[in-house]
Write a protein that binds this ligand. Structure first.
Ligand code: ADP
Ligand code: MG
Length: 826
């Protein structure tokens, strides 16, 4: 995110390194067409004299078009290059490094256990190298080639040996060298040639077997082209010394050194970037201007920004790598927090929401509508909401509560507070089915009251839709329940005071923004509540939803019986369905969830299925096809579930059919409902005690937890069977987690661990750019710090209008201006 390209307009200091700048260029012979242009971070790489034209071209291929972008291209890791020692001084059992000449090579053993062996000699002794599964090494490690190796020294029958060492070619054979110098431009001069192999020993002499590869020179020319193309991750041509010299050879690497490894491509390997970086560092680093002052950095133990970049590209030790990583991660987290909190401040200070009437009379009237009394968890949250809604600061609150914790009743409470004050409320559900169900259950609770409820979904025919929209505009509807259809442009409320987004397990900020925009004048906005049963890991909640307050409904309504979860592999499938039949005969009802609808219709919209990512596909087995509702229904009706009352349910059915089916299931006229994930959220039938998920490994943990939450809603014991045919390792891991953890909060954390935060932060759902350095799974402390600091800054400088904030403000807008919609802030 925050990178410095184009921002270091500093004209002061440190610019002695500008090539061509009059003050720093003693000899006019150096000056060229570029001499009059000062170097800036925006200077294109092909205008930097220190880089050759070929180098510049390669960098541009990677998108590193200017100095700033090049500097911002951070290493993904650092390799430790051990200090080298003469072979005679290498110590068995240690990671060691040496250099010398390859005097003999051979292939030994038979496929598939074939190994490649080489003998490395220096003036002091002999070191044997053994490579397993590394056929490509033969291309590099050939008699006469000088190489540097690193690995663990071992004693093998009295000789010194390294198995699978890392290899750097110092001086290739002549033919290869020319190939390389053509490939890589002027960096490799002929001075790197190191010819000859005076001490070459025949491998048969050494190992006592005929040499397989006595001499590779004959076809060196033919191979040289190929060699130049080989890009092996652990092989680099040579370390580039920090002095900036492109000379790759002697002197020996006497001190250990950390070598940056850059994200690269096949055409532009890491070492090309590394070499370029070494050349531009002195030029570019002084141009980087810090947005934090020295005292702030001191207090936070953060290195200066330009130092941080130096430490990434040319670290003296691992401490520097760590400390600079911390600085750059902090910057990312801080900028995002700053953006999120500025938005929040803007909302709270510039906009107003209707302050709703709240007193014991209102409270009593609302509670009378509920067929139960609130659980302690619900009470806590209802109190928090009531406090929010009775003020004019727009509420922006996330209500998280595990599946079945009773969020609907809480939503109804908030809605009725709006109605009690003569305003309107809107409840938005993720699917039509759920909207229909909310409308039905709330309608029941509100029977006999004066609250006017309407349902608005996308599939509503125009003739029914228009009167609803008109009534809404006139204020003749109090509570509107619907899908996202209710945030379209044509829907206008007379006076929307409370907007609730139910079961939102996407993390986007856009829906909330759109709902807010629905208010009739620009300065008024509804209170917004977001309800989720997918608890959001703390770090995510604070990062992406940093502008939300969070309430948690703890505990479940009384009388719930825990759900037994079992993973059933292919061999147990028949038995599982026979058991299901017995449950049905005992009077229970069941859901069977299938990933796809039918061959023509495909997957239920909004169902994020996992492809069997690793394993089977790579091994060449195609992923097993998705099971469909149609196929499973046919199979079971004619097989295990013959005689049961079976019905199907999915999103492509017409609304009346769907409603009728749900009603029949609720009344117990259907035993088994074979469905897609349309029943994932909210469906509430207490007599349904069995949930079978076909191809369960194709679903995410959060989704499985939602599905499982459809059973165990009454007082009867319930089961969830996770069926799987050929799970991948990851798929099996997910299912095992599901079977052992029932707490939705713990599951969400596990899901986060298994899938990684990158999936969420960088995803389309969040609408935010991914972090480059920060890692939400690891940097929670840093995040807390950044969050605190951002809040402090927003308090002191709510619009970042102080001159000292200018740079920070510019970087913030650049990083998050669009994604966070900061244009109107400040
Ligand atoms: P979720 O949080 O998953 O949306 P629901 O709001 O659908 O959960 O509630 C689940 C079930 O629990 C419903 O049948 C609801 O009527 C019932 N319920 C909710 N709150 C209570 C309560 N305080 N006491 C008893 N039952 C409750
Ligand atoms: Mg719900």
């Amino acid at each position: 995110m925050s990178r410095n390209e184009g921002e270091g307009k500093s004209t002061s200091s440190h610019l002695g390194s500008r090539p061509g700048a009059p003050s720093s260029t003693p000899s006019s012979s150096q000056s060229s067409t570029q001499s009059s242009e000062p170097i800036e971070l925006t200077t294109a790489v092909d205008r930097l004299e220190v880089l050759g034209p070929r180098e510049a071209k390669l960098l541009k291929e990677l998108g590193l078009t200017n100095l700033g972008k090049l500097l911002a291209h951070l290493p993904m890791r650092h390799e430790l290059l051990e200090a080298e020692a003469p072979i005679a001084e290498l110590i068995v059992g240690q990671i060691v490094s040496a250099r010398g000449e390859v005097t003999a090579t051979r292939l030994a053993g038979r496929m598939p256990k074939q190994r490649f062996e080489a003998v490395l000699m220096d003036a002091t002794g002999r070191l044997d190298l053994v490579f397993f599964n590394m056929g490509f090494m033969r291309e590099k490690v050939r008699p006469g080639v000088r190489i540097r190796v690193q690995g663990k020294a071992a004693d093998f029958h009295g000789g010194l040996q390294i198995v699978n060492p890392k290899v750097w070619v110092i001086a290739p054979l002549a033919g290869d060298l020319h190939a390389q110098s053509r490939e890589q431009g002027p960096d490799f001069g002929p001075e790197a040639v190191e010819r000859g192999s005076p001490s070459r020993a025949s491998i048969s002499e050494v190992v006592g077997q005929p040499a397989v590869e006595p001499d590779a020179r004959a076809d060196a020319k033919a191979r040289s082209k190929r060699q130049a193309e080989i890009v092996a991750p652990t092989i680099a041509t040579a370390p580039v010394l920090p002095t900036g010299t492109p000379n790759i050879d002697e002197p020996n690497l006497l001190d250990e050194r950390l070598r940056p490894v850059y994200p690269a491509s096949e055409d532009v390997p890491s070492r090309v970037i590394e070499r370029a970086m070494v050349k531009v560092l002195a030029l570019g680093l002084p141009l980087i201007v810090d947005h934090f002052d020295a005292s702030f950095r001191m207090a936070h133990a953060l290195p200066e920004l330009r130092e941080a970049y130096r430490m990434q590209h040319a670290p003296a030790d691992m401490e520097e790598v760590k400390s600079s990583r911390r600085r750059l991660a902090y910057d990312e987290l801080f900028l995002l927090q700053l953006g999120v909190q500025l938005r929040r401040a803007h909302l709270r200070e510039r906009l107003k929401a209707p302050a709703l009437k709240f007193n014991p009379g209102v409270d009593r009237a609302i509670r009378q509508r509920l067929p139960f009394s609130f659980t302690p968890g619900q009470e806590t949250v209802v109190a928090e909401i009531a406090k929010d809604l009775s003020g004019s600061v727009p509420t922006n609150r996330l209500i998280q509560g595990d599946v079945g914790s009773g969020k609907t009743a809480v939503a109804l409470y908030a809605s009725l507070m709006a109605v009690a004050s003569g305003h309107q409320a809107a409840l938005m559900a993720p699917t039509e089915l759920l909207a229909e169900q909310h409308a039905a259950s709330m309608g029941r609770m509100l029977e006999g009251s004066r609250v006017r409820v309407a349902l608005l979904t996308g599939s509503l025919p125009k003739a029914e839709r228009e009167p609803i929209i008109a009534a809404l505009r006139r204020g003749e509807i109090d509570l509107l329940i619907g899908t996202h259809a209710l945030i379209t442009d044509s829907v206008e409320f007379a006076s929307l005071a409370v907007a609730i987004i139910d079961e939102q397990h996407r993390f986007g900020v856009h829906q909330r923004a759109t709902l807010r925009g629905n208010a009739s004048d620009a300065r008024t906005t509804p209170h917004v509540l977001v309800m989720t049963a997918t608890p959001i890991p703390r770090s995510i909640a604070m990062t992406l939803l940093g502008d939300l307050d969070v309430s948690t409904i703890r505990g479940l309504p009384p009388g719930r019986v825990p759900i037994t979860t079992k993973v059933v592999e292919a061999t147990g499938r028949d038995e599982a369905y026979r058991w299901l039949k017995r449950r049905v005969e005992a009077g229970d009802q069941a859901y069977i969830v299938v990933p796809a609808i039918g061959l023509e219709e495909g997957v239920e919209e909004g169902t994020p299925l996992f492809s069997p990512e690793e394993g089977s596909q790579k091994a060449g087995n195609p992923a097993p096809a998705l099971r469909t509702v149609a196929a499973i229904t046919t199979e079971l009706e004619g097989g295990h579930l013959a005689g049961c009352r079976v019905a199907t349910l999915h999103g492509r059915m017409s609304r009346p059919t769907r409603e009728a089916t749900m009603d029949r299931f609720r009344r117990g006229e259907i035993d088994v409902l074979i469905a897609t994930t349309v029943i994932e959220v909210g469906v509430d039938v207490p007599n349904a005690t069995v949930m079978v998920v076909e191809q369960a490994d194709r679903f995410g943990l959060a989704q499985l937890h939602q599905l499982r939450g459809r059973v165990g809603r009454g007082s009867k014991p319930s089961w969830c069977l996770l069926l799987t045919d050929e799970p991948t390792e990851m798929g099996r891991a997910r299912l095992t987690v599901m079977a052992t953890i029932t707490d939705g909060f713990l599951l969400a954390e596990k899901d986060f661990e298994l899938r990684g935060p990158g999936e969420i932060v960088g995803s389309k759902q969040s609408g935010l750019p991914p972090f480059k350095v920060a890692d939400l799974a690891k940097d929670i402390d840093l995040l807390m710090l950044a969050r605190h600091d951002a809040a402090e800054l927003v308090r002191m400088s709510p619009n970042l209008a102080r001159p000292s904030d200018a740079l920070l403000r510019r970087r913030l807008l650049k990083a998050f201006g669009t994604s966070l919609g900061l244009a109107d802030v400040g």
